[in-house]
Design a protein around this ligand. Sequence first.
Ligand code: FES
Ligand SMILES: [Fe+2]
Length: 382
Amino acid sequence: MSNSRRLPKEAYTDQGWLDLEFQNLFSDAWFIIGHKDDFTEAGSYRTLTAGLAPLAVIRDNEGGYSAYHNICRHRGAVLLDGESGNAGGSLVCPYHRWTYGLDGALRGVPNRTECFPGLDRSTLGLKPAALGIFRNLVFVNQLGDSDFDQWISPLRGREWPHDLSSGDVREATPLVYDLKCNWKVFVENAIDGYHLAYLHENTLGGPTPDQNLWEKAGQHMIWYANEDGIRHRLPAKIRENGRTGMIASASDPGYGGVYYLFPATLIVATPYGFSISTLHPISPSRTRLTVRHWVGPWQNTDERQNIPGFDETTGVISSDSWTEHPLDTGDFQTEDIWICEKVQRGLQSPAYEHGPLSKGRGAEDPIGWFHELLHHQTQLIG
Ligand code: FES
Ligand SMILES: [Fe+2]
């Protein structure tokens, strides 16, 4: 792609650009809000902020799911708190106690006759969000009539085989990262095949661009290590490390090691684990990354103490709390965060201008695809 189709540097540094992304991109973006097993009984819910929109999915009395905007129709207070919980039989706003059914219908308004004469409750139910289910993962979109099937269908037939409901895996304690970079810097690093053998020399150790493959799947992208025509889910160096145990449902070959789901979700699927990473832009130079992950039953489910930058008091992982050099940690995610934060600081320099992208599906072509997608989705680039 020509340099003129690349995102300008303001895309990584300006609040105005992020505001346009909230308006034009995240306003119709699918996020994974949970797994079917999170919704065990009527009233079980999970929440997520999609761009600027607090959303919730809740299991109703009939065993179905309702997805809606998690904000009260009176004065807008956020209704359900926390990432998950059980609402009981109804949703009660703590401000003036407007009460909604699990289906989102407005059921009760205190002092309705004298305070709201003539109020038509049927027009003030919670606003619907869109919901989709794929591989037992529950997806949500703030645009109530967004077409999930159109967005997800390119992954059908190429998806990961992991069965998160089976005894094969256990969920580990979720991770929260505070990243000092634009959300797109993190995406671009995740889909950049050129850096694997260099930045990660001591951890992933490759593959080099010629042994590395990103494929398009609709708006999404799938990564494989491609060695002598054989596709693997992990770089050779990691495979050779002789890992113990393997997730039974994930032992068959043929699926990708990394799935980038446009725009803000990354799934890592290997015979040893499964993770869902979600990017939440906070400001042009700050992003919250949440990671849910599942590991084999032989692995520890809380490894946070071993993650560089984990702060026990806040529960957040941040470069502010690093105690050793990132390249000495042996942790490739730490190496990635280190470089993303360095790139963000470089992008903010008045001297910054784009350098050329390396060519190839195992190099930086995916960054070009990403910019094209953003162009089509947001019409932000000329
Ligand atoms: S803001 Fe929810 S009841 Fe008033
Ligand atoms: Fe990396």
